[in-house]
Design a protein around this ligand. Sequence first.
Ligand SMILES: C[S@@+](CC[C@H](N)C(=O)[O-])C[C@H]1O[C@@H](n2cnc3c(N)ncnc32)[C@H](O)[C@@H]1O
Length: 297
Amino acid sequence: MGDQFVISSELFNDIQLDSEKCNNGRILSKFRYQLPKDKESFLAIKRKRLYEDKENINENEDRNNENKTHNVIEIEYSRESTLDLVGLQIWRGALLLADYLFHHRNELCDKQVLELGAGVGLTSIAAAMYAMRVICTDVNLGGILKLIQDNVNRNRKITKNAVKVLELNFEKKVHCSEVEVYIRRTDIFLAADVIYFDNLTDAFVATLDRVLARSKKPGAVAYVALEKRSAFSTDTDAIPPSFQYFLDKSSKMKWNIENIKLDFPQYFEYDRNKKLVLLKITRIQDKLKEEQTDLQN
Ligand SMILES: C[S@@+](CC[C@H](N)C(=O)[O-])C[C@H]1O[C@@H](n2cnc3c(N)ncnc32)[C@H](O)[C@@H]1O
């Protein structure tokens, strides 16, 4: 399959979005979500943020937002792309991860999150509603980092100063010193829909293992969401080759992998179908380290 093969995310079949066309040919859409019910914790979490910016929290505005049944994240993206630039679109895995973060919102206020292969940044922006700090990364290709930054700025009311956009390329073993520092401080790594080409999977698995090993946070964990598909074809194999390849690769790693049941609430609008998978991954050594720390305490 050549790079000129044009594809379009399945997500766009699921939902009717309130959208407008931008001058650059991209689309600006409002992705609706239903706020979790315990709304007072949303304010409490914002107050607690260790990295709170100087801007005062406008409580009246927040209360008004909380009273609405639906809230939106505004995202600029491409409706289709060539294979090398699929990050300019949005994939279902991004929304599945955002749902999972919302479900675990009360555990996020003192956590630093780092997203790998973040695409247009929707999951990171959702994470920024609750997490102390979010590092949103991708490969610097096709203007994607600028697009993420624009999307972060567009949702400033949600993101405040919690999101930092930086390059992290899976093909590189060492990243710029700023990224390396953030990796060491990260509690939760995220990745949505980055498993579709075996070469990229090799680089991703190696990157995930390295970042988990480099994090100094006890219990550092990764959540990996994906839709089981055959390299963006309509093939409906039970286990497509790209996912099987990931399973084979990851079985050789010193990882503990848990398949998370998708029975948590759905806050975003998309088709949460049976091909979606959410994995929780920890390094076995890290788990031992954590147990030893627990014993010492
Ligand atoms: C299918 S998109 C998923 C984007 C987003 N996570 C989502 O679910 O909407 C795959 C992502 O992997 C990123 N990616 C591809 N090659 C990469 C590399 N070498 N290093 C880091 N990210 C890469 C792409 O730029 C893109 O953002």
